[in-house]
Design a protein around this ligand. Structure first.
Ligand SMILES: Cc1cc2nc3c(=O)[nH]c(=O)nc-3n(C[C@H](O)[C@H](O)[C@H](O)COP(=O)(O)OP(=O)(O)OC[C@H]3O[C@@H](n4cnc5c(N)ncnc54)[C@H](O)[C@@H]3O)c2cc1C
Length: 410
Protein backbone atom coordinates (compact mmCIF):
# COMPACT_ATOMS: atom_id res chain seq x y z
CA UNK A 1 0.00 0.00 0.00
CA UNK A 2 1.22 3.49 -0.62
CA UNK A 3 0.22 7.04 0.17
CA UNK A 4 1.35 8.30 -3.25
CA UNK A 5 -2.01 9.93 -4.00
CA UNK A 6 -2.14 11.69 -0.62
CA UNK A 7 1.36 12.53 0.67
CA UNK A 8 0.76 13.13 4.40
CA UNK A 9 2.24 16.60 4.82
CA UNK A 10 1.00 20.17 5.22
CA UNK A 11 3.27 21.17 2.32
CA UNK A 12 1.23 18.85 0.09
CA UNK A 13 -2.09 20.07 1.50
CA UNK A 14 -1.31 23.75 0.92
CA UNK A 15 0.07 23.05 -2.58
CA UNK A 16 -3.11 21.11 -3.37
CA UNK A 17 -5.28 23.95 -2.09
CA UNK A 18 -3.35 26.48 -4.18
CA UNK A 19 -3.68 24.31 -7.31
CA UNK A 20 -7.41 23.79 -6.73
CA UNK A 21 -8.35 27.38 -5.90
CA UNK A 22 -8.83 28.58 -9.50
CA UNK A 23 -11.49 25.84 -9.81
CA UNK A 24 -13.30 26.58 -6.51
CA UNK A 25 -15.73 29.09 -8.07
CA UNK A 26 -18.41 28.60 -10.71
CA UNK A 27 -16.78 25.56 -12.30
CA UNK A 28 -16.92 23.73 -8.96
CA UNK A 29 -20.64 24.50 -8.68
CA UNK A 30 -21.21 23.12 -12.18
CA UNK A 31 -18.94 20.07 -12.22
CA UNK A 32 -18.55 18.88 -8.63
CA UNK A 33 -21.01 15.99 -9.03
CA UNK A 34 -19.03 14.45 -11.90
CA UNK A 35 -16.72 11.63 -10.94
CA UNK A 36 -14.21 11.10 -13.75
CA UNK A 37 -12.45 8.30 -11.79
CA UNK A 38 -9.19 8.16 -9.85
CA UNK A 39 -6.88 8.45 -12.87
CA UNK A 40 -8.41 11.62 -14.36
CA UNK A 41 -8.10 15.21 -13.09
CA UNK A 42 -10.84 15.83 -10.49
CA UNK A 43 -13.42 18.63 -10.41
CA UNK A 44 -13.25 18.56 -6.59
CA UNK A 45 -10.34 19.38 -4.32
CA UNK A 46 -9.52 15.91 -2.91
CA UNK A 47 -8.49 17.79 0.23
CA UNK A 48 -10.65 15.83 2.67
CA UNK A 49 -7.89 13.58 4.10
CA UNK A 50 -6.12 16.81 5.13
CA UNK A 51 -9.19 18.74 6.34
CA UNK A 52 -10.34 15.71 8.37
CA UNK A 53 -7.18 15.96 10.48
CA UNK A 54 -6.91 19.73 10.20
CA UNK A 55 -3.65 19.60 8.33
CA UNK A 56 -5.46 22.48 6.67
CA UNK A 57 -8.49 23.91 8.45
CA UNK A 58 -12.00 24.64 7.25
CA UNK A 59 -11.31 28.31 7.98
CA UNK A 60 -8.29 28.30 5.65
CA UNK A 61 -10.36 26.75 2.85
CA UNK A 62 -13.22 29.22 3.24
CA UNK A 63 -10.93 32.25 3.48
CA UNK A 64 -8.89 31.17 0.45
CA UNK A 65 -12.03 30.60 -1.66
CA UNK A 66 -13.52 33.97 -0.67
CA UNK A 67 -10.23 35.81 -1.35
CA UNK A 68 -9.91 34.22 -4.76
CA UNK A 69 -13.49 34.34 -6.05
CA UNK A 70 -15.65 36.36 -3.66
CA UNK A 71 -18.44 34.90 -1.55
CA UNK A 72 -21.01 34.68 -4.37
CA UNK A 73 -19.06 32.67 -6.95
CA UNK A 74 -17.48 30.50 -4.22
CA UNK A 75 -20.81 29.92 -2.48
CA UNK A 76 -21.13 26.24 -3.39
CA UNK A 77 -17.60 25.34 -2.32
CA UNK A 78 -17.98 27.26 0.95
CA UNK A 79 -21.28 25.49 1.60
CA UNK A 80 -19.69 22.09 1.11
CA UNK A 81 -16.95 22.94 3.59
CA UNK A 82 -19.66 24.00 6.04
CA UNK A 83 -21.39 20.63 5.57
CA UNK A 84 -18.37 19.17 7.32
CA UNK A 85 -18.63 21.74 10.12
CA UNK A 86 -22.39 21.14 10.42
CA UNK A 87 -21.99 17.36 10.73
CA UNK A 88 -19.28 17.81 13.38
CA UNK A 89 -21.56 20.13 15.36
CA UNK A 90 -24.63 17.91 14.92
CA UNK A 91 -22.82 14.90 16.41
CA UNK A 92 -21.15 16.94 19.13
CA UNK A 93 -24.61 18.01 20.28
CA UNK A 94 -25.83 14.38 20.22
CA UNK A 95 -22.96 12.09 21.27
CA UNK A 96 -25.38 9.21 21.93
CA UNK A 97 -25.81 8.78 18.15
CA UNK A 98 -22.15 7.71 17.89
CA UNK A 99 -22.52 5.30 20.83
CA UNK A 100 -25.68 3.82 19.28
CA UNK A 101 -23.88 3.40 15.95
CA UNK A 102 -20.98 1.55 17.62
CA UNK A 103 -23.37 -0.77 19.48
CA UNK A 104 -25.43 -1.46 16.33
CA UNK A 105 -22.26 -2.08 14.29
CA UNK A 106 -21.14 -4.74 16.77
CA UNK A 107 -24.62 -6.31 16.85
CA UNK A 108 -24.71 -6.41 13.03
CA UNK A 109 -21.28 -8.05 12.92
CA UNK A 110 -22.40 -10.66 15.44
CA UNK A 111 -25.53 -11.26 13.38
CA UNK A 112 -23.42 -11.77 10.23
CA UNK A 113 -21.26 -14.25 12.19
CA UNK A 114 -24.29 -16.47 12.75
CA UNK A 115 -25.96 -16.11 9.35
CA UNK A 116 -24.20 -17.75 6.40
CA UNK A 117 -26.23 -15.94 3.74
CA UNK A 118 -25.59 -12.50 5.24
CA UNK A 119 -21.90 -13.33 5.82
CA UNK A 120 -21.57 -14.44 2.17
CA UNK A 121 -23.20 -11.28 0.80
CA UNK A 122 -21.02 -9.15 3.07
CA UNK A 123 -17.87 -10.94 1.95
CA UNK A 124 -18.74 -10.50 -1.74
CA UNK A 125 -19.48 -6.79 -1.23
CA UNK A 126 -16.24 -6.13 0.68
CA UNK A 127 -14.33 -8.37 -1.74
CA UNK A 128 -15.57 -6.51 -4.87
CA UNK A 129 -17.39 -9.60 -6.14
CA UNK A 130 -21.03 -8.44 -6.40
CA UNK A 131 -21.06 -8.43 -10.21
CA UNK A 132 -22.21 -4.77 -10.16
CA UNK A 133 -19.22 -3.27 -11.98
CA UNK A 134 -19.42 0.24 -10.57
CA UNK A 135 -19.78 -0.97 -6.99
CA UNK A 136 -16.94 -3.50 -7.34
CA UNK A 137 -14.79 -0.75 -8.89
CA UNK A 138 -15.52 1.63 -5.96
CA UNK A 139 -14.57 -1.08 -3.46
CA UNK A 140 -11.21 -1.46 -5.21
CA UNK A 141 -10.77 2.31 -5.53
CA UNK A 142 -11.57 2.85 -1.85
CA UNK A 143 -9.30 0.11 -0.54
CA UNK A 144 -6.53 1.04 -2.99
CA UNK A 145 -6.51 4.83 -2.66
CA UNK A 146 -8.30 5.57 0.65
CA UNK A 147 -10.61 8.04 -1.12
CA UNK A 148 -13.91 8.12 -3.07
CA UNK A 149 -15.68 11.02 -4.77
CA UNK A 150 -18.74 12.28 -2.83
CA UNK A 151 -21.19 11.13 -5.52
CA UNK A 152 -19.58 7.66 -5.59
CA UNK A 153 -19.98 7.52 -1.77
CA UNK A 154 -23.69 8.29 -2.16
CA UNK A 155 -24.21 5.65 -4.88
CA UNK A 156 -22.12 3.14 -2.94
CA UNK A 157 -24.07 3.60 0.31
CA UNK A 158 -27.39 3.44 -1.53
CA UNK A 159 -26.47 0.21 -3.36
CA UNK A 160 -25.12 -1.28 -0.09
CA UNK A 161 -28.37 -0.56 1.76
CA UNK A 162 -31.12 -0.90 -0.83
CA UNK A 163 -29.75 -3.26 -3.52
CA UNK A 164 -27.47 -5.53 -1.51
CA UNK A 165 -29.66 -5.19 1.59
CA UNK A 166 -26.70 -5.16 3.96
CA UNK A 167 -26.75 -3.46 7.40
CA UNK A 168 -25.86 0.22 6.94
CA UNK A 169 -23.64 0.19 10.02
CA UNK A 170 -21.30 -2.36 8.42
CA UNK A 171 -21.07 -0.22 5.29
CA UNK A 172 -20.26 2.85 7.37
CA UNK A 173 -17.66 0.76 9.17
CA UNK A 174 -16.14 -0.43 5.88
CA UNK A 175 -15.76 3.24 4.88
CA UNK A 176 -14.27 4.23 8.25
CA UNK A 177 -11.71 1.45 8.03
CA UNK A 178 -10.54 2.47 4.56
CA UNK A 179 -11.15 6.20 4.01
CA UNK A 180 -8.14 8.40 4.81
CA UNK A 181 -10.72 11.06 5.71
CA UNK A 182 -12.83 8.55 7.73
CA UNK A 183 -14.74 10.79 10.12
CA UNK A 184 -17.21 9.77 12.84
CA UNK A 185 -19.52 12.70 12.05
CA UNK A 186 -19.46 13.08 8.24
CA UNK A 187 -19.45 9.33 7.70
CA UNK A 188 -22.05 8.14 10.22
CA UNK A 189 -24.46 10.96 9.48
CA UNK A 190 -24.11 10.69 5.69
CA UNK A 191 -24.87 6.96 5.84
CA UNK A 192 -27.85 7.74 8.07
CA UNK A 193 -28.94 10.35 5.51
CA UNK A 194 -28.79 7.87 2.60
CA UNK A 195 -30.81 5.35 4.65
CA UNK A 196 -33.52 7.87 5.59
CA UNK A 197 -32.63 8.07 9.28
CA UNK A 198 -31.11 11.56 9.26
CA UNK A 199 -33.74 13.50 7.30
CA UNK A 200 -36.59 11.33 8.51
CA UNK A 201 -38.18 9.35 5.72
CA UNK A 202 -36.03 10.89 2.96
CA UNK A 203 -33.71 8.33 1.35
CA UNK A 204 -31.22 8.46 -1.50
CA UNK A 205 -31.82 6.02 -4.36
CA UNK A 206 -28.90 5.37 -6.76
CA UNK A 207 -30.11 5.25 -10.37
CA UNK A 208 -28.29 3.70 -13.31
CA UNK A 209 -28.85 6.70 -15.65
CA UNK A 210 -27.55 9.14 -13.02
CA UNK A 211 -24.44 6.98 -12.52
CA UNK A 212 -23.87 6.76 -16.28
CA UNK A 213 -24.31 10.52 -16.74
CA UNK A 214 -21.95 11.49 -13.90
CA UNK A 215 -19.22 8.92 -14.55
CA UNK A 216 -18.80 9.84 -18.22
CA UNK A 217 -20.49 6.51 -19.12
CA UNK A 218 -17.74 4.53 -17.42
CA UNK A 219 -20.55 2.60 -15.73
CA UNK A 220 -24.17 1.90 -16.52
CA UNK A 221 -25.70 -0.65 -14.13
CA UNK A 222 -29.07 -0.83 -15.96
CA UNK A 223 -31.32 -3.51 -14.44
CA UNK A 224 -28.97 -4.21 -11.53
CA UNK A 225 -30.10 -1.69 -8.92
CA UNK A 226 -33.01 -1.55 -6.48
CA UNK A 227 -35.91 0.49 -7.86
CA UNK A 228 -37.10 1.79 -4.52
CA UNK A 229 -35.53 2.94 -1.27
CA UNK A 230 -37.81 2.56 1.71
CA UNK A 231 -36.56 4.44 4.78
CA UNK A 232 -34.81 2.39 7.44
CA UNK A 233 -36.29 2.15 10.90
CA UNK A 234 -34.57 3.74 13.86
CA UNK A 235 -35.16 5.83 16.96
CA UNK A 236 -35.55 9.59 16.69
CA UNK A 237 -32.27 11.42 17.37
CA UNK A 238 -31.91 12.73 20.92
CA UNK A 239 -32.54 16.35 21.83
CA UNK A 240 -29.33 18.41 21.33
CA UNK A 241 -27.34 18.95 24.52
CA UNK A 242 -25.72 22.28 25.29
CA UNK A 243 -21.98 22.50 24.67
CA UNK A 244 -19.61 24.97 26.20
CA UNK A 245 -16.33 26.09 24.64
CA UNK A 246 -14.45 25.68 27.94
CA UNK A 247 -11.61 27.87 29.16
CA UNK A 248 -9.23 29.80 26.95
CA UNK A 249 -5.85 28.51 28.03
CA UNK A 250 -2.79 30.55 28.96
CA UNK A 251 0.61 30.04 30.49
CA UNK A 252 -0.67 29.92 34.06
CA UNK A 253 -1.17 26.17 34.63
CA UNK A 254 2.28 25.09 35.82
CA UNK A 255 4.49 22.69 33.85
CA UNK A 256 2.45 21.93 30.79
CA UNK A 257 2.49 19.07 28.29
CA UNK A 258 0.81 19.52 24.91
CA UNK A 259 -0.90 16.46 23.45
CA UNK A 260 -1.70 16.49 19.74
CA UNK A 261 -4.64 14.29 18.62
CA UNK A 262 -5.32 13.25 15.04
CA UNK A 263 -8.64 15.15 15.00
CA UNK A 264 -6.74 18.43 14.94
CA UNK A 265 -3.01 18.54 14.25
CA UNK A 266 -2.94 22.33 13.83
CA UNK A 267 -1.64 23.29 17.28
CA UNK A 268 0.96 26.03 16.82
CA UNK A 269 -1.37 28.79 18.13
CA UNK A 270 -2.32 26.79 21.20
CA UNK A 271 1.30 25.89 21.82
CA UNK A 272 2.34 29.56 21.65
CA UNK A 273 -0.23 30.40 24.35
CA UNK A 274 0.46 27.55 26.79
CA UNK A 275 4.27 27.35 26.35
CA UNK A 276 4.58 23.57 26.86
CA UNK A 277 7.72 21.92 28.25
CA UNK A 278 6.91 18.70 26.39
CA UNK A 279 4.87 17.72 23.34
CA UNK A 280 3.49 14.32 22.31
CA UNK A 281 1.01 12.96 19.80
CA UNK A 282 -1.73 10.33 20.08
CA UNK A 283 -3.38 8.49 17.19
CA UNK A 284 -6.93 7.20 17.58
CA UNK A 285 -6.99 5.72 14.06
CA UNK A 286 -7.03 2.12 15.32
CA UNK A 287 -10.23 2.89 17.27
CA UNK A 288 -12.25 3.82 14.17
CA UNK A 289 -13.59 0.27 14.13
CA UNK A 290 -14.01 -2.79 16.35
CA UNK A 291 -12.02 -4.77 13.73
CA UNK A 292 -8.62 -3.86 12.22
CA UNK A 293 -8.45 -0.52 10.44
CA UNK A 294 -6.48 -0.52 7.15
CA UNK A 295 -2.72 -0.10 7.44
CA UNK A 296 -2.96 2.74 4.91
CA UNK A 297 -5.25 4.76 7.21
CA UNK A 298 -3.10 4.10 10.28
CA UNK A 299 0.10 5.02 8.39
CA UNK A 300 -1.49 8.20 7.04
CA UNK A 301 -2.63 9.33 10.49
CA UNK A 302 0.73 8.53 12.11
CA UNK A 303 2.48 10.47 9.35
CA UNK A 304 0.29 13.60 9.63
CA UNK A 305 0.94 13.59 13.38
CA UNK A 306 4.69 13.25 12.77
CA UNK A 307 4.51 16.07 10.25
CA UNK A 308 2.64 18.23 12.77
CA UNK A 309 5.29 17.64 15.45
CA UNK A 310 8.09 18.31 13.00
CA UNK A 311 6.58 21.67 12.02
CA UNK A 312 5.93 22.77 15.57
CA UNK A 313 8.29 25.35 16.95
CA UNK A 314 8.37 25.16 20.75
CA UNK A 315 11.33 26.86 22.41
CA UNK A 316 12.86 24.56 25.03
CA UNK A 317 10.26 21.78 24.77
CA UNK A 318 11.20 18.18 24.17
CA UNK A 319 9.22 16.56 21.38
CA UNK A 320 8.34 12.93 21.69
CA UNK A 321 9.50 11.49 18.40
CA UNK A 322 7.07 8.64 18.42
CA UNK A 323 3.30 8.80 17.97
CA UNK A 324 1.44 6.99 20.77
CA UNK A 325 -1.24 4.48 19.75
CA UNK A 326 -4.21 3.19 21.80
CA UNK A 327 -2.54 -0.07 22.80
CA UNK A 328 -0.70 0.68 26.05
CA UNK A 329 -1.39 4.39 25.82
CA UNK A 330 -2.45 4.72 29.46
CA UNK A 331 1.03 3.74 30.65
CA UNK A 332 2.79 5.62 27.83
CA UNK A 333 1.06 8.89 28.57
CA UNK A 334 1.60 8.55 32.34
CA UNK A 335 5.32 7.80 31.76
CA UNK A 336 5.57 10.83 29.52
CA UNK A 337 3.84 13.06 32.07
CA UNK A 338 6.06 11.75 34.90
CA UNK A 339 9.28 12.07 32.85
CA UNK A 340 8.55 15.76 32.39
CA UNK A 341 7.08 16.34 35.89
CA UNK A 342 3.93 17.79 34.29
CA UNK A 343 1.25 19.59 36.27
CA UNK A 344 -1.26 19.57 33.44
CA UNK A 345 -1.75 18.25 29.92
CA UNK A 346 -3.57 20.38 27.36
CA UNK A 347 -5.08 19.51 23.99
CA UNK A 348 -7.37 20.92 21.37
CA UNK A 349 -10.97 19.87 22.13
CA UNK A 350 -11.31 16.27 20.96
CA UNK A 351 -14.66 15.75 19.21
CA UNK A 352 -17.12 12.88 19.60
CA UNK A 353 -15.84 9.62 18.11
CA UNK A 354 -12.73 7.47 18.49
CA UNK A 355 -10.64 10.49 19.47
CA UNK A 356 -12.96 11.27 22.37
CA UNK A 357 -12.79 7.64 23.53
CA UNK A 358 -9.00 7.89 23.57
CA UNK A 359 -9.03 11.30 25.27
CA UNK A 360 -11.31 9.98 28.02
CA UNK A 361 -8.92 7.09 28.67
CA UNK A 362 -5.98 9.47 28.80
CA UNK A 363 -7.84 11.80 31.20
CA UNK A 364 -8.51 8.86 33.54
CA UNK A 365 -4.87 7.68 33.39
CA UNK A 366 -3.53 11.18 34.16
CA UNK A 367 -6.05 11.72 36.95
CA UNK A 368 -4.50 8.78 38.81
CA UNK A 369 -1.34 10.89 39.15
CA UNK A 370 -3.30 14.03 39.99
CA UNK A 371 -2.53 15.61 36.60
CA UNK A 372 -5.32 17.59 34.98
CA UNK A 373 -6.22 17.17 31.33
CA UNK A 374 -7.72 20.31 29.78
CA UNK A 375 -9.13 20.65 26.26
CA UNK A 376 -9.72 23.93 24.47
CA UNK A 377 -12.32 24.32 21.74
CA UNK A 378 -11.34 26.33 18.68
CA UNK A 379 -13.18 29.63 18.29
CA UNK A 380 -14.43 28.40 14.87
CA UNK A 381 -16.01 25.29 16.40
CA UNK A 382 -17.35 27.19 19.41
CA UNK A 383 -19.21 29.59 17.09
CA UNK A 384 -20.50 27.06 14.55
CA UNK A 385 -21.22 23.80 16.35
CA UNK A 386 -23.96 25.07 18.70
CA UNK A 387 -25.88 26.18 15.57
CA UNK A 388 -26.31 22.58 14.34
CA UNK A 389 -29.49 22.03 16.33
CA UNK A 390 -31.75 21.35 13.33
CA UNK A 391 -31.25 20.54 9.63
CA UNK A 392 -28.55 21.92 7.33
CA UNK A 393 -30.88 24.48 5.77
CA UNK A 394 -31.46 26.47 8.99
CA UNK A 395 -27.70 26.12 9.69
CA UNK A 396 -26.86 27.41 6.19
CA UNK A 397 -28.46 30.80 6.97
CA UNK A 398 -25.60 31.43 9.40
CA UNK A 399 -22.84 30.83 6.83
CA UNK A 400 -22.40 34.51 5.83
CA UNK A 401 -21.99 35.52 9.51
CA UNK A 402 -19.69 32.59 10.24
CA UNK A 403 -17.60 33.54 7.22
CA UNK A 404 -17.47 37.21 8.21
CA UNK A 405 -16.39 36.23 11.75
CA UNK A 406 -13.33 34.24 10.61
CA UNK A 407 -10.26 35.38 12.47
CA UNK A 408 -6.60 34.48 12.75
CA UNK A 409 -7.15 31.90 15.51
CA UNK A 410 -9.79 29.89 13.62
C1 LIG B 1 -21.90 7.89 2.56
C2 LIG B 1 -20.94 9.03 2.74
C3 LIG B 1 -19.87 8.90 3.63
C4 LIG B 1 -18.99 9.98 3.82
N1 LIG B 1 -17.95 9.82 4.70
C5 LIG B 1 -17.10 10.86 4.92
C6 LIG B 1 -16.03 10.74 5.85
O1 LIG B 1 -15.84 9.71 6.50
N2 LIG B 1 -15.18 11.82 6.01
C7 LIG B 1 -15.36 12.97 5.30
O2 LIG B 1 -14.55 13.90 5.48
N3 LIG B 1 -16.38 13.11 4.44
C8 LIG B 1 -17.26 12.11 4.23
N4 LIG B 1 -18.27 12.25 3.33
C9 LIG B 1 -18.50 13.58 2.72
C10 LIG B 1 -17.84 13.82 1.36
O3 LIG B 1 -18.09 12.74 0.52
C11 LIG B 1 -16.33 14.05 1.44
O4 LIG B 1 -16.01 14.99 2.45
C12 LIG B 1 -15.85 14.58 0.09
O5 LIG B 1 -16.09 13.60 -0.89
C13 LIG B 1 -14.42 14.94 0.18
O6 LIG B 1 -13.86 15.13 -1.09
P1 LIG B 1 -13.16 16.48 -1.50
O7 LIG B 1 -12.17 16.89 -0.47
O8 LIG B 1 -12.65 16.30 -2.88
O9 LIG B 1 -14.41 17.45 -1.45
P2 LIG B 1 -14.65 18.91 -2.06
O10 LIG B 1 -15.88 18.82 -2.90
O11 LIG B 1 -13.45 19.48 -2.68
O12 LIG B 1 -15.06 19.74 -0.77
C14 LIG B 1 -14.13 20.48 0.03
C15 LIG B 1 -14.26 20.04 1.48
O13 LIG B 1 -15.56 20.25 1.96
C16 LIG B 1 -15.96 19.18 2.83
N5 LIG B 1 -17.11 18.47 2.22
C17 LIG B 1 -17.44 18.43 0.91
N6 LIG B 1 -18.58 17.72 0.73
C18 LIG B 1 -18.95 17.32 1.95
C19 LIG B 1 -20.06 16.55 2.44
N7 LIG B 1 -21.02 16.10 1.63
N8 LIG B 1 -20.14 16.31 3.77
C20 LIG B 1 -19.19 16.78 4.62
N9 LIG B 1 -18.13 17.51 4.21
C21 LIG B 1 -18.02 17.77 2.91
C22 LIG B 1 -14.76 18.26 2.95
O14 LIG B 1 -14.01 18.58 4.09
C23 LIG B 1 -13.99 18.56 1.68
O15 LIG B 1 -12.61 18.30 1.79
C24 LIG B 1 -19.18 11.19 3.11
C25 LIG B 1 -20.25 11.31 2.21
C26 LIG B 1 -21.11 10.24 2.03
C27 LIG B 1 -22.25 10.39 1.05
Amino acid sequence: MSLNLFPPTRAEATARLAAFLPHAGKSYAKLRNHDPGPDAPAHVSRLSPYVRHRVVTEAELVRAAVDRHGEGPAEKFIQEVFWRTYWKGWLELRPGVWDDYCAAREAARAQAGGNASLAGRLASAEGARTGIDCFDHWVRELTGTGYLHNHARMWFASIWIFTLKLPWELGADFFLRHLLDGDPASNTLSWRWVGGLQTRGKTYLARADNIAAHTGERFNPQGQLAQEALPLDGPLPPVPRPISPGPRLGKDGGRTGLLVFDDDVDVQCLSDRVAPVAVAAASSAALRSDVPVSGQVQDFVAAVLDDSLSRLSVPGARLRDQVMVPHGIDEAVRDWARDHALDRVVARHVPVGPGRELADRIARALAQDGISFVQEMRAYDARAWPLATKGFFPFRKHIPDLTAALGASD
